[in-house]
Design a protein around this ligand. Structure first.
Ligand SMILES: Nc1ncnc2c1ncn2[C@@H]1O[C@H](COP(=O)(O)OP(=O)(O)OP(=O)(O)O)[C@@H](O)[C@H]1O
Ligand SMILES: [Mg+2]
Length: 292
């Protein structure tokens, strides 16, 4: 779904470059949508597969995901736990993270009938190397060799394959932005702000605990979207800043936080740039990690 800003009151004017931004070819559009639709079907339900599987572990701020792809790059399995063991890319609860990954490994092995011996994992852009290494140690302690450690935005682009445009990953804690030109990553940044900030806004507005706000946002998003609009616009302003204030071409939205109904339209309207949203966008980075 490619969105363009409505002419009414964009907070920032659309530039000529923005209006001329390349539209992804329909073939590309369908490839990613098909991949994500197939991936979504594989939640705790293994697909048919032959050959060695490749695994990925996404140690997110809100969600820890283990997923698998087959040698053809097709999604075979995914599973997740919600756990607050990572904050700002830093593992703050090492044992909690190990336990979560170990549980995911055991469930995958039981369902798939193969050992999860090695996996790739990822870190948010702009996290110091010492903190990135901790992600590898979590896997090791859970009995998985870390075969590769990539940044989340490059991982997301392993699925999206954007050559010109921006890849934006809005997760629980932060917004990562990578700008690609002719297939090369020309800038990579990360700023605090994501789904957790929306939870804080909602919890404050409704005077309810944060956990309840998070659930209400996910389950009854359309009802609370108006309250969250300023928070979503803050994410948009962070994206604009990380793109240097200039349209990078199409802005592709990955991550769970903008799954909120209407959020992608708010982002497009605020930026005045073409924006591409995806159903099951929360699966883009985890599966990209498995591919990496
Ligand atoms: N349907 C939904 N509607 C609204 N928000 C959602 C929905 N699904 C997930 N989220 C939100 O998305 C966030 C989690 O997204 P994601 O799994 O991409 O984050 P993460 O990878 O754990 O975090 P990060 O990448 O920042 O470390 C949470 O804030 C969650 O509330
Ligand atoms: Mg993430």
């Amino acid at each position: 779904m490619l969105m363009r800003a409505k002419p009414s009151a964009p907070a920032r004017p659309a530039t000529r470059t923005a209006r001329r931004a390349a539209k992804p070819t329909p073939a590309d559009d369908k490839r990613v949508d098909r991949f994500l639709a197939a991936a979504a079907q594989r939640l705790r339900k293994p697909g048919d597969s032959q050959g060695t599987l490749r695994f990925g572990v996404d140690l997110g701020t809100a969600t820890i995901v283990l997923c698998a792809i087959d040698p053809m790059g097709q999604p075979v399995w995914w599973d997740f736990v919600r756990a607050q063991v990572v904050r700002d890319g830093v593992v703050v609860d090492f044992q909690g993270a190990v336990d979560a990954v170990r549980g995911l490994k055991q469930r995958a092995e039981a369902a798939l009938g193969v050992a999860v011996e090695e996996a790739a994992t990822a870190h948010p852009p702009a996290v110091p190397l010492s903190d990135c290494r901790a992600c590898g140690y979590v896997l090791q302690q859970a009995g998985i060799d870390c075969r590769s450690l990539v940044d989340e935005v490059s991982a997301a682009n392993a699925v999206l394959q954007v050559r010109d445009g921006a890849v934006v990953d809005v997760g629980g804690g932060s917004t990562g932005v990578g700008v690609f030109r002719e297939g090369a990553l020309v800038s990579l940044t990360d700023r605090a702000g994501g789904g957790h900030q929306l939870d804080l806004i909602l919890a404050g507005a409704l005077r309810i605990p944060i956990e309840d706000a998070e659930r209400r946002k996910r389950e009854r998003g359309a009802e609370v979207m108006q309250m969250l609009r300023p928070g979503v616009e803050r994410v948009a302003s962070s994206i604009a800043l990380q793109c240097g204030g200039e349209s990078p071409g199409v802005v592709h939205l990955a991550g769970g936080a903008l799954q909120l109904p209407g959020a992608a339209e708010v982002i497009a309207s605020y930026l005045g740039w073409p924006v591409r949203a995806y159903a099951h966008a929360e699966l883009i980075t985890p599966f990209g990690i498995a591919i990496s």
